[in-house]
Design a protein around this ligand. Structure first.
Ligand SMILES: [Zn+2]
Length: 128
């Protein structure tokens, strides 16, 4: 192991395996929430179970929220796999610059470089 400087650039086959593994892992977690279909998570029916199911509904909502968040990551991973096929993997989807290897190592499905990610991200407001 040498820990000097830049992380090694993984081969595309390694990247694909990493993305596949991560995608499978997330899908398993989503399945455990019982909501593999994002349409179902947005159509939760609380009325049906009022009375006996309030706690259940809250748990279900939390699970659905987490499942939806996980599902967004799955979608990002699937887009990254598409970019692998198209040969545009590792380039910023916004400005087209090569995304630094360190960022790709931390977030293998990143589709924006750091400047574009922080500029365009509504949720990252305030941190520079
Ligand atoms: Zn960019």
């Amino acid at each position: 192991m040498d820990d000097a400087g830049e992380p090694p650039i993984p081969s595309l086959a390694d990247v694909r395996a990493t993305l596949d593994d991560k995608r499978r892992e997330l899908l398993e977690r989503i399945a455990r929430f019982g909501a593999s279909d994002p349409a179902e998570t947005s159509n939760l029916n609380f009325g049906k179970r009022i009375g006996d199911g309030t706690t259940y509904a809250v748990e279900r909502m939390t699970g659905a929220y987490q499942a939806r968040t996980l599902y967004e990551t799955v979608t990002e991973i699937e887009r990254a796999l598409e970019r692998l096929d198209q040969g545009s993997y590792g380039r910023c989807a916004s400005c087209g610059e090569v995304i630094p290897a360190g960022r790709m190592a931390a977030l293998p499905w990143a589709e924006l470089c750091v400047p574009c990610g922080s500029r365009g991200g509504a949720r990252g407001a305030g941190s520079a």
